[in-house]
Write a protein that binds this ligand. Structure first.
Ligand SMILES: Nc1ncnc2c1ncn2[C@@H]1O[C@H](COP(=O)(O)OP(=O)(O)O)[C@@H](O)[C@H]1O
Ligand SMILES: [Mg+2]
Length: 235
């Protein structure tokens, strides 16, 4: 469903050029929970920002269901962005809006009728287990609850793909597991393909069926999670 071919990103700055992604190739199938693991600075966030078109690749192609999104612009690009949900390490919630309003926000932007949007928000609150927090403000929520709001918001427009950039890195181990379980159930129940960016092998082990290892801008290994774990244990 997502084919990344020779994706290359060079950042240009006053200090010179920096190669952040070097001919990256990935093949992510529909229904995968696909892990990308690597140390800080390896190029993981650059990769997700290229996939959701927040960053323009220097070279290479990103095919989603056969269509090259690097060639898109205007309305086509906006529509493709809506089919990609995204969550982050620091949640990126709107602090002046309550939980309900945070989740409703992308529906308003997409032009939903207000009543239909309200009904959709109720469904999403139920999905992430926060029906009782609809009127709370983000400042009053735990990290795990904030990430649940972010997940509900990311799913509002029924994306085909959910991109998670270090989504559990700010959470304690128990909360991490509960968020990973929620992501797994979303993958199974809604059929959403999930890309998990992380620096933690335990996150990959917990939910990813496939994984790629990124090191200094390059994919150095990829395959089934079980095979990769055996590989690391053999080292
Ligand atoms: N906008 C930018 N301009 C210049 N260099 C950048 C920019 N964004 C990231 N980098 C550099 O690219 C490398 C990869 O960054 P990033 O993709 O954020 O890695 P990761 O998410 O794996 O920690 C880092 O060395 C970082 O300093
Ligand atoms: Mg990062």
């Amino acid at each position: 469903m997502i084919k990344i071919q020779n994706l290359t990103k060079i950042y240009h700055s006053d200090h010179g050029d920096f190669l952040a992604l070097d001919h990256v190739n990935l093949d992510i199938k529909k229904g995968d929970i696909y892990g990308v693991i690597g140390l800080s600075g390896a190029g993981k966030s650059t990769l997700v920002r290229c996939i959701n078109l927040l960053e323009k690749p220097t070279a290479g192609n990103i095919l989603i269901d056969g269509e090259d999104i690097t060639l898109m612009n205007g309305p086509e690009l906006r529509k493709t962005r809506q089919s990609l949900g995204m969550i982050f390490q620091d949640f990126n919630l709107l602090m002046q809006k309550n939980v309900f309003q945070n989740i409703k926000f992308p529906l308003e932007i997409a032009g939903f009728d207000s009543k239909a949007a309200d009904a959709r928000v109720q469904e999403l609150l139920k999905l992430v287990g926060l029906e009782d927090k609809a009127n709370s403000y983000p400042a009053k929520l735990s990290g795990g609850q904030k990430q649940r709001v972010a997940i509900a918001r990311a799913l509002a427009n029924q994306p085909k793909v959910l991109l998670c950039d270090e989504a559990t890195s700010a959470l304690d181990p128990v909360t991490t597991l509960s968020i990973l379980e929620l992501l797994k159930s979303i993958n199974i129940r809604l059929g959403v393909t999930i890309i998990i960016i992380t620096h933690e092998m335990k996150v990959v082990e917990a939910i990813c069926n496939r994984v790629a290892v990124i090191e200094s801008a390059k994919i150095v290994k990829d395959g089934l999670t079980a095979d990769l774990i055996n590989h690391f244990e053999g080292e």
